[in-house]
Design a protein around this ligand. Structure first.
Ligand code: FAD
Length: 338
């Protein structure tokens, strides 16, 4: 275990914000996690558990230790006639895992193609895209309690998953390191094409009966067309959550703005498309200082070059204010502001 000092975090966050960590350690094995925890370092100083850095905005130098989880490995736990139970280490790249599933015909994660980041971070915000959420393929996870070093299993109920949320963002924030996730994958795919432009994309390619590989390809095409390439443009994906409002508020908004984009939820609430609200306020493609809003997706705040965190925060606040003034709806960040 090599604890480095005064490390730039620019290459460790997809916003490419150049802040420094007082200390930085890369963890490559369970043994290293154990020795880090038993050393007591994490009980004595500020720490931050880092995966791929694709859902974080570092706002200042980090006056503590950044622990970068890079553990690798996949293991078949069990299978039956319907399902495969696969345990995947926290540091595995999410897209590598999706591609592994496609290659082996394990269905369930194809709609979650091309989401950046690690497997260990996926349960933290219950990642979701194109009508599927992590909780739909989640079986169990293993974590280590930072204070005691005790290994604990979390079932799906224990994780308290909801929209872009879990117990690890709330009650157990900074209490556990997720070590591995067990996925329950399907041997017989349940193809989901209802959400977004999947059907149109498949039609364009002349595909009538898609399998999981075709679904993944269609989603990758859609995502490449509307999201920035993080190798070239700094961002953290959707900056804001889609706000959820009661039916009464939705109907009032619909009356005033008939074009409003929203999805009805089962509990008679409505999820408003934050991207639509932001676009209506005229932000799409705008540059504000060294940051701005992506030209093809208004939900994405981008680093236009060497933006600082305050450039990004400035855009965030301007967007929140404009959306509130026009629609009386508050936008909350999906990104972890550290
Ligand atoms: C271009 C782009 C597109 C995106 N599209 C989507 C999308 O469609 N859907 C979606 O849901 N998200 C999306 N995201 C957000 C992001 O990809 C996910 O939130 C992803 O799961 C973050 O993984 P990460 O490893 O980068 O986590 P990080 O950003 O490193 O960390 C995120 C949080 O998880 C915690 N964490 C990380 N690893 C562990 C661990 N092992 N144990 C405990 N806590 C941990 C961190 O402390 C932090 O609080 C997108 C991001 C980008 C840049």
């Amino acid at each position: 275990m090599n604890i480095q000092k005064n490390i730039s975090l620019k290459k460790y966050n997809t916003f490419r914000i150049d802040v420094r960590a007082k200390e930085f350690v890369e963890i490559n094995s369970y043994k290293e996690i154990q020795s880090l925890i038993s050393s007591g370092i994490l009980n004595n100083k500020k720490f931050f558990i880092l995966g791929g850095g694709s859902n974080i905005l570092f706002t200042k130098d980090f006056d503590g230790i950044v622990v970068n989880i890079n553990t690798k490995g996949k293991k078949l736990i069990k299978e039956d006639s319907e399902h495969i139970y696969l345990s995947v280490s926290a540091g595995e790249d999410w897209q590598d895992f999706v591609e592994y599933c496609l290659k082996n015909n394990y269905a369930g994660v194809e709609n979650l193609s091309l989401i950046p980041g690690t497997v260990g971070a996926a349960p933290v915000q219950n990642i979701g895209a194109y009508g599927v959420e992590l909780q739909d393929v989640f079986y169990e996870l293993q974590a280590i309690e930072i204070k005691s070093g005790k290994k604990v299993k979390f079932s799906k109920d224990d994780c308290e998953f909801s929209y872009r949320n879990s117990i690890f963002k709330n009650k157990f924030k900074n209490k556990y390191i997720i070590l591995s996730v067990i996925f329950k994958l399907n041997k017989h795919p349940k193809i989901k094409t209802e959400y977004g432009n999947i059907k149109q994309e498949l039609k364009k390619s002349g595909i009538k009966n898609p399998g999981i590989k075709e679904i993944s390809e269609a989603i990758c095409n859609i995502r490449r067309n509307k999201l920035p390439d993080i190798e070239k443009i700094g961002c953290a994906g959707s900056f804001f959550k889609n706000p959820i409002v009661d039916e009464k508020i939705f109907l009032e908004l619909k009356n005033k703005f008939p074009e409003i984009a929203a999805y009805k939820l089962p509990d008679s609430k409505y999820k408003l498309a934050a991207g639509w609200l932001i676009e209506e306020c005229g932000f799409k493609g705008k540059t504000i200082g060294k940051a701005g809003i992506y030209k093809d997706q208004a939900l994405v705040i981008v680093n236009r070059g060497d933006a600082s965190a305050s450039d990004i925060i400035n855009v965030m606040k301007k967007v929140q204010q404009a959306v509130y003034e026009k629609f009386r709806v508050r936008l909350l960040p999906e990104v972890n502001v550290v």
